[in-house]
Design a protein around this ligand. Structure first.
Ligand code: ADP
Ligand code: ZN
Length: 696
C-alpha cells in the first residue's frame, strides 16, 4: 500500500508538480492497490501520470502499450529528462539496442517499458520473467471498432489479462462514448473495472465558431494577431492542406502541410519541427496530432467542420495543454454539412454517424453558451454560462421573426414541400434563374416576398428555423424542406417566433503597427536557453520545460535552488540538471534592468505623464503588465506620487491581505497565488501587499 503523502512527494520529486489534477490521485491510489481501471480523460487532462506515477511508486516495471512509435519516443525522452528509467521497444530499433532494453527489463532495471502492440508478441517470453507491476493501455479506444481510430493490432491485447491475471490493468482514452467504453472494457477483460470519467471541461480553451465565408481572409487576419504562436489548421482534404499552406507561406507565414499522402519520413520531419517550435503552423488532415505532447499549441482552427463532437473535442484539445489560454476557431458552413452527409450516407452504421453529425451541427449553430452544449454532450452540466466562448462574449440579440418565418414557411408550402433550401431561398428572393422559371415558381404568391434579405442571411435564418423545429430536412430526398406541426402553429395560430439577429462575420482588424518579436523579455530569454539545452540533448524543447514552467519562472524569478524547486514542473532531477543554467540567466536578467532601472522606470513614468494607460504602455514597451506595475512600486519608493487605487480596489487589498494568516509562508507570493487558486495575477498580489504595508 502506498501512502497518499508518499505519492504527493513522489509527484513533486519526479515530475515537479505540487498537486494532482482531478481524478489522478484516486486513480493512482486504486491502481497501486492492485485494481483495474478504465480512465476517460480529455486530451491534455493528464492521463499519462495515472500510470507513470504508479510505475515509480511500485516495485517492478510498468508495461505501456502505445500505438505510435513517435509518441513513444517523446514520452520516454520526457521521462528520462525527469530521471526516470524508461525505455521503448519497437520494430525501428537496431538489434543491439533491443538487446539492451531486454536485458534491462529482465534485470528489473526499468520503471517503464513502452511497446507498440505489433511488437508485443516478441516481448511475450519476458513478460513472466520480468516483474510487471502494471499494464497500461494508452489510446485504448483503438481497440474498438466503435471508436474513431480503430487499429487491428489492438484487438489482441485481451490476452494480456489472461497471461497476467494478477497484474492490474489500466486502460486510458479520451473518447467518451458509452458504447466504446463498454467495448474497451470487455475486450481487455476488465469488464468489472471501475470507470473514472474526468470532467471534460477545459475552461482555458476559448470556443469560437464563425461562418465559413472568406475563410482564407479570416485566417490571415487571425494569424496576423498571433505572429509568434504555434497552431494547427485542420482541413478535410490533402489537397486543401497543401493549397492553404502554400497560400500562408506566400503571405510570409511559416506553415507546413501534413497529411497521410506524405511518406513517413517527411511526416515525422514536419512533426518534429513543429514540436521543436521551428515550424509554428501546421495545416493538416485529422491524422495530425494524436498523442503529440506539445504543450504550447496556442490555437487550433477547423477549416471544415468535423464529423462528430468527439473528433472535434480531441482536436481542439491539442491546444492549451499547459493550461494557459488558447483559442479554438471552427468555420461552419452549411455546404460542409451537406458534404459530410454524403460521405456518411454510404457508410456502415450510417444512422449512428448521422446522429453524431447532427449533434456537431447543433453545436456549430448554437445560439447559447457553446461550452454548455459541448459539455452536455459528454454527459456533464455547466450551471453557468462559461464566459469564454463567442456566444458568451457576444450574446446574440433576438428580434420578433414571426413575419419572416411566416414568409418562409408559406413559400415552402406553396412549393409543395418539394424543394431544397437553395431553391426556396431563390424563390423567396425573386431570383430570375432558369430553375425557378422552369418550374413556374415566378407565378406563386410568395415569389420575391423576402427580396430585402440577402441570400446568406436568409439561409442563416432558415437554419435557425430548422433548429427551432419549424422545418425538417429530408436529407435522403435531395434535402427538400418540409413543414412540421410547429410550422402550422406559426402559420395559422399566431405563434410567435424569435430569431437571433445576424452579425457580419467579424473579420478582425489587422494591426497597422508592425509587431516586433518580443526580444529581451525574461520569457523570451528563458525560451532561448531552453532551445539551446534541447538542441544539446537532442530532445524536443518541451521535454526540458513546458511553457507553463517558463511562465512560472518569469513570474517568480527564482535565484536560488530552493526557489527554483518551487517552480511548477521542476522536480529533483530537473533541478539538478537545469537549476544552475536558469538561475544564472535569471540573475543576469534581474540585474541588467537594475543597472538601467532608472531609464526603464522613467520611460514608464514619462509615458504615464503623456497620458497613456498602463495596458498601452505595456504593449508599446513589449513588457508585461506586471512589470509596469512593478515600475509603479519603484516610482513610489523613489518618492513619486502614485495613486494605487486607480489599479486595485481597497476591497482587493483587503481580500489579499486577509490571506496573510492563512497561507503557509506569508513571504511567498506563490503561496498567495495558490491560495486564490491562480485567479489573481502576481502583480496584483505584490501590489496589494505593498499597499497594505504603506497603509499600516
Ligand atoms: P493526456 O491526457 O492528453 O495524455 P498528458 O498526460 O500528456 O495528457 O498531460 C498533459 C500535460 O499535463 C503534460 O505536460 C503533463 O506533464 C501535465 N501534467 C500531468 N499531470 C499534472 C499535474 N498533476 N500537475 C501539473 N501538470 C500535470
Ligand atoms: Zn460560453
Amino acid at each position: 500500500m502506498v501512502e497518499t503523502q508518499e505519492l504527493k512527494s513522489l509527484l513533486k520529486t519526479n515530475f515537479g508538480y505540487d498537486n494532482f489534477r482531478p481524478n489522478q490521485q484516486e486513480i493512482i491510489e486504486s491502481v497501486c492497490a492492485g485494481n483495474d481501471a478504465l480512465v476517460i480523460m480529455p486530451t491534455g487532462g493528464g492521463k499519462s501520470m495515472c500510470f507513470q506515477l504508479p510505475a515509480v511508486a511500485m516495485e517492478g516495471t510498468t508495461l505501456v502499450i502505445s500505438p505510435l512509435i513517435a509518441l513513444m519516443k517523446d514520452q520516454v525522452d520526457a521521462l528520462q529528462a525527469n530521471g526516470i528509467k524508461a525505455a521503448y521497444y519497437n520494430s525501428t530499433q537496431p538489434a543491439d539496442e533491443i538487446q539492451e532494453v531486454i536485458e534491462n527489463l529482465d534485470d528489473g532495471q526499468l520503471d517503464l517499458i513502452y511497446v507498440a502492440p505489433e511488437s508485443l508478441q516478441l516481448l511475450d517470453p519476458h513478460l513472466t520473467t520480468a516483474k510487471i507491476n502494471l499494464i497500461a493501455i494508452d489510446e485504448a479506444h483503438c481497440i474498438s471498432s466503435w471508436g474513431h481510430d480503430f487499429r487491428p493490432a489492438y484487438t489482441q491485447l485481451g490476452y494480456l489479462k489472461n497471461k497476467l491475471p494478477d497484474t492490474p490493468l489500466i486502460a486510458l482514452t479520451a473518447t467518451a462514448d458509452k458504447s466504446t467504453q463498454d467495448d474497451i472494457a470487455d475486450q481487455l477483460g476488465i469488464a468489472h473495472a471501475k470507470k473514472y470519467i474526468s470532467s471534460f471541461d477545459r475552461p482555458n480553451l476559448y470556443l469560437d465558431v464563425r461562418p465559413g465565408q472568406k475563410r482564407n481572409e479570416q485566417i490571415l487576419k487571425f494569424l496576423n494577431k498571433r505572429p509568434f504562436e504555434s497552431g494547427i489548421i485542420y482541413c478535410l482534404s490533402r489537397k486543401s492542406t497543401e493549397q492553404l499552406a502554400a497560400k500562408l507561406n506566400a503571405k510570409g507565414f511559416q506553415a507546413k502541410a501534413y497529411h497521410a499522402g506524405m511518406n513517413a519520413e517527411e511526416r515525422s520531419k514536419v512533426q518534429e519541427r513543429f514540436i521543436n517550435d521551428k515550424t509554428p503552423i501546421i495545416v493538416a488532415t485529422i491524422a495530425f496530432g494524436m498523442g503529440i505532447d506539445k504543450s504550447n499549441v496556442r490555437w487550433v482552427i477547423h477549416y471544415n467542420m468535423p464529423k462528430n463532437l468527439e473528433g472535434y473535442y480531441q482536436e481542439i484539445g491539442r491546444a492549451g495543454r499547459d493550461g494557459l489560454p488558447a483559442h479554438t476557431l471552427l468555420f461552419y458552413s452549411y455546404a460542409d454539412t451537406i458534404m459530410l452527409r454524403k460521405f456518411i450516407e454510404n457508410a456502415q452504421n450510417a444512422d449512428y454517424q448521422i446522429a453524431k453529425l447532427e449533434r456537431m451541427q447543433q453545436y456549430a449553430e448554437a445560439l447559447s453558451c457553446r461550452r454548455k452544449v459541448l459539455i452536455q454532450y459528454f454527459g456533464e452540466y455547466l450551471l453557468e454560462d462559461c464566459g469564454n466562448c463567442d456566444i458568451c462574449k457576444n450574446k446574440p440579440e433576438y428580434f420578433d421573426g414571426t413575419i419572416l418565418a411566416q414568409k418562409v414557411l408559406s413559400g415552402v408550402a406553396r412549393m409543395q414541400e418539394q424543394e431544397a433550401m437553395g431553391t426556396v431561398i431563390d424563390v423567396l428572393r425573386g431570383s430570375q434563374n432558369s430553375q425557378v422559371f422552369e418550374k413556374g415558381y415566378q407565378n406563386i404568391k410568395t415569389y420575391g416576398i423576402a427580396s430585402d434579405v440577402s441570400w446568406r442571411d436568409l439561409q442563416q435564418y432558415i437554419i435557425q428555423m430548422i433548429n427551432q423545429g419549424l422545418l425538417e430536412i429530408r436529407f435522403r430526398e435531395s434535402g427538400r424542406l418540409l413543414l412540421t406541426p410547429l410550422a402550422n402553429e406559426v402559420l395559422f395560430n399566431g405563434k410567435k417566433i424569435e430569431l437571433a439577429r445576424l452579425t457580419q462575420p467579424k473579420v478582425e482588424e489587422v494591426k497597422t503597427k508592425k509587431l516586433k518579436k518580443p526580444k529581451g523579455t525574461l520569457f523570451e530569454k528563458l525560451r532561448e536557453l531552453r532551445s539551446e539545452l534541447a538542441r544539446d540533448a537532442n530532445v524536443p524543447a518541451y521535454v526540458i520545460f513546458s511553457d507553463a514552467s517558463l511562465k512560472d519562472m518569469e513570474d517568480q524569478e527564482p535565484t536560488t535552488p530552493t526557489a527554483f524547486l518551487e517552480i511548477s514542473g521542476v522536480g529533483q532531477s530537473k533541478m539538478e540538471k537545469y537549476a544552475a543554467d536558469f538561475i544564472e540567466l535569471i540573475k543576469s536578467h534581474v540585474k541588467t534592468p537594475k543597472k538601467k532601472s532608472g531609464d526603464t522606470v522613467y520611460e514608464t513614468k514619462s509615458l504615464i505623464d503623456q497620458g497613456y494607460n498602463l495596458e498601452e504602455i505595456a504593449e508599446q514597451r513589449n513588457l508585461t503588465l506586471g512589470t509596469i506595475y512593478n515600475h509603479l512600486i519603484k516610482l513610489h519608493e523613489e518618492g513619486m506620487e502614485v495613486d494605487y487605487f486607480q489599479f486595485i480596489s481597497a476591497g482587493e487589498v483587503k481580500q489579499i491581505n486577509s490571506a496573510t494568516t492563512k497561507v503557509e509562508d506569508p513571504e511567498k507570493l506563490k503561496d498567495y497565488f495558490n491560495f486564490f487558486e491562480e485567479q489573481i495575477p502576481y502583480w496584483k498580489l505584490r501590489l496589494a501587499l505593498y499597499v497594505n504595508k504603506l497603509e499600516n
